[in-house]
Design a protein around this ligand. Structure first.
Ligand code: FES
Length: 65
C-alpha cells in the first residue's frame, strides 16, 4: 500500500493524503499546514493561494477535461 494517495476530484482540486513533502520549482520545501493531514492542490489555475486550492474552481465553474 503506498504512503501517499492523490485523488483527482471531479472538476476540482487534487486531494493529497499521507506523509509527503511539497517542493516548489526551485526545490524549496513549501510549508504544509501542520494541523491538516489532507491538503488540496489547485488544478484549475485560479487559486489566490497557489499551489493550494482556495475554492475558486467553484466560482469559475472549472470543468476538467
Ligand atoms: S482547483 Fe480549487 S482553486 Fe483551483
Amino acid at each position: 500500500m503506498p504512503d501517499v494517495t492523490i485523488t483527482v476530484r471531479p472538476n476540482g482540486s487534487l486531494k493529497v493524503e499521507g506523509p509527503f513533502r511539497l517542493l516548489d520549482g526551485a526545490g524549496q520545501e513549501i510549508a504544509l499546514p501542520p494541523d491538516k493531514p489532507v491538503i488540496s492542490l489547485c488544478r484549475c489555475g485560479h487559486s489566490q493561494n497557489k499551489p493550494f486550492c482556495d475554492g475558486s474552481h467553484r466560482q469559475i465553474n472549472f470543468q476538467a477535461p
